[in-house]
Each structure stands twice: as structure tokens, then as C-alpha cells.
Design a protein around this ligand. Structure first.
Ligand SMILES: Nc1ncnc2[nH]cnc12
Ligand SMILES: [Zn+2]
Length: 331
């Protein structure tokens, strides 16, 4: 990747950027016993059958994240890698409940992430937003509790709310109340839907939760009326091609619906989801689309421009980033 196109990353779980080497370092530093003796042994465990098999490993490995410094190092390492692949703006998810349930105070998580994000423009040339996600396989009451605990950071460090974790059997409609509170608090609204779950979950994310962006949304293609709606309203979809292959939502990259989604007029963006686990950061996903699906430089430019159109930026920031995309020369 000689000169990557400038892009925004809008679907990135900071916990999913935990590289095996850092996980082992933190395990040693924090005295956490892991059942892996080397980074290669850990990497070999990254062979997933579906979303749940990934989540089991992902939540388990979070045990190594304990201190403010751990979260700061995690986020700083992501920002360095992302910047090297052309990411100029990152809207970063985190899972508060996955940390507080392990006894790590929310204030510790926020202080660590806050330190790395505050340094990011000067250190890495990356602007950021932070989006707290609710775990949809936990009760709605737990999401409400997490939401209320995070109020001190609303509008300063926390820009929005999202919904993630095991999708099937956990439809968006169960989280109406916490989304209503988030809207009233002035937060931006997104949710994972249509990754493994059916198009009905995308409808619920739009019509019950009132989301502004849909994370994944690939199964929307099964419902022509839903595609019509998403095209009409130009609802951004944060698609994650390498993730979809690794979690077997699609059989092979060659079968990925992204080209059909673009042809249908959907506002598609390309993102890495959990790059340490799925074989690539944002630029690697762009490269895979070029090398594996034959996307042209102009198609990649459109995807990069879409990422800034779909981002929670001011008009002035957006215009400046779109100029950079327009000026980019593909090799
Ligand atoms: N791809 C994904 N889907 C749902 N929840 C997640 N949490 C982290 N990555 C996720
Ligand atoms: Zn995700």
C-alpha cells in the first residue's frame, strides 16, 4: 500500500484491535493467565465458524485489559496502524459493559481511551469520535444502566451509541428506551443489523431505534423494499468485507454483495470491524476489494468519499476531507 487513499473508518471496535503480541504483553504485565504460550499460538485460534465463536474468544481475551495505560496503549496502537493505511478520521466503538462486568471501572476505560484520542490529531493526523455500544445479548436494563453511568462523558468524549454482540435472537426493538434516551441526550445513533440477522432487524433499527447509520447491513440485499428505503434515504451502511468472510457471513470474498450494493445506489462504506482478528485494517479491506473483487480506482475513491459523507463531522471538516479524496492519485 504505497499511498493509500484518505478515508474515514466508521466501524471499528477498539477491543478488536488487540493484537496477539500486545495481548501477551498486557497479560504478563497484569498477571493474567492465558491459555496461549505465544502470539502464533493465539493467532492460530483465530479460526471462526460464525459470530458467536469469534465473540467467545474476543470477550475472553479482554481479560488482559485492566488499567488506564492498557486502554491508552491499545487505542494508540490502533491509531498508528490506521494512520499508516490512510485513515484520517476514526469513529471508534467500545463496549462499556464488557469491562465493567469484569470489575474495570468505566472511568478507567474513559481515561485511557480519552488520553489516546486527545493525542491522535497531533501524533497520528487522525481525528476521532467515540461511540459506546450496548451488548444486545445482555438485558435492556443493563444497557440503560451502562448508558446512565456514561452520562458524564456525553457530548465531550462520547458522541454516539451503538448496538453490538450476538445478533440473532436479539432484535433491535428491545432497546427502544435506551435509544430514546440517547436521542434526547443529543447523541448520534447507529446499530449493528443485518450482519447475521435478517432484514427485519434492519427495519427495526431504522423505524424503532431511529438509527442514522446501519453497521454491516449486508442482509438488506434480501429485501428489495428495504434496499429501496435505504437508497431513498441514503442511509449509510458500514460494511466490513474481511470480517464478513472470516465470520462466514459470506463464503468467499468473490461472493461479497458489496459490488451489488454499490450498483443498487446504496451509500456503502468500507471498514475493518475487528482488524486484529479478521486479517486486516481499513486499507487492507480496500486492497482486498481491488485485488479480490476488481474494484477500480474510481470505485475506491467513491467508497472513500462515502466514508466522509457518512461520518459525524462538521460541514467544514467534511469538505476538507472530501477535497483530499478528490485530489488523491491512484497508482
Ligand atoms: N462483527 C461484530 N458483530 C457484532 N458484535 C461485535 N462486536 C465486535 N465485533 C462485532
Ligand atoms: Zn462490528
Amino acid at each position: 500500500m504505497s499511498d493509500p487513499v484518505p478515508k474515514a473508518e466508521l466501524h471499528l471496535h477498539i477491543e478488536g484491535t488487540l493484537e496477539p503480541e500486545l495481548a501477551l504483553d498486557l497479560a504478563g504485565r497484569n498477571g493474567v493467565a492465558l491459555p496461549y504460550r505465544s502470539a502464533d499460538e493465539l493467532r492460530a485460534a483465530y479460526d471462526f465458524q460464525d459470530l458467536q465463536s469469534f465473540l467467545d474468544l474476543y470477550y475472553g481475551l479482554m481479560a488482559v485489559l485492566r488499567t488506564e495505560r492498557d486502554f491508552a496503549e491499545l487505542a494508540d496502537a490502533y491509531l498508528a496502524r490506521a494512520a499508516a493505511q490512510g485513515v484520517r478520521h476514526a469513529e471508534i466503538f467500545f463496549d462499556p459493559q464488557a469491562h465493567t462486568a469484569r470489575g474495570v471501572p468505566l472511568a478507567t476505560v474513559m481515561a485511557g481511551l480519552g488520553e489516546a484520542l486527545a493525542a491522535a490529531p497531533a501524533r497520528h493526523g487522525v481525528t476521532t469520535r467515540l461511540i459506546m455500544c450496548f451488548l444486545r445479548d445482555e438485558p435492556a436494563a443493563s444497557a440503560l444502566e451502562a448508558f446512565e453511568a456514561a452520562r458524564p462523558w456525553f457530548g465531550t468524549l462520547i458522541t454516539g451509541v451503538g448496538l453490538d454482540s450476538a445478533e440473532v435472537g436479539h432484535p433491535p426493538a428491545g432497546f427502544r428506551e435506551v435509544y430514546d434516551r440517547a436521542r434526547a441526550a443529543g447523541l448520534r445513533l447507529v446499530a449493528h443489523a443485518g450482519e447475521e440477522g435478517p432484514p427485519e432487524y434492519v427495519w427495526q433499527a431504522l423505524d424503532v431505534l431511529g438509527v442514522e447509520r446501519v453497521d454491516h447491513g449486508i442482509r438488506s440485499m434480501e429485501d428489495p423494499r428495504l434496499v429501496e428505503r435505504l437508497v431513498r434515504d441514503q442511509v449509510p451502511l458500514t460494511v466490513c468485507p474481511l470480517s464478513n468472510v472470516r465470520l462466514r457471513c459470506v463464503d468467499r470474498l468473490a461472493d461479497h454483495p458489496l459490488p451489488r450494493m454499490m450498483a443498487a445506489g446504496l451509500l456503502v462504506t468500507v471498514n475493518s470491524d475487528d482488524p486484529s482478528y479478521f486479517g486486516g485494517y481499513a486499507g487492507d479491506n480496500f486492497d482486498a476489494l481491488r485485488d479480490g473483487l476488481g474494484l477500480t480506482g474510481e470505485e475506491l475513491r467513491l467508497l472513500a468519499a462515502n466514508s466522509f459523507r457518512a461520518a459525524f463531522l462538521s460541514d467544514a471538516e467534511r469538505a476538507a476531507y472530501l477535497e483530499e479524496v478528490a485530489a488523491h492519485r491512484f497508482a
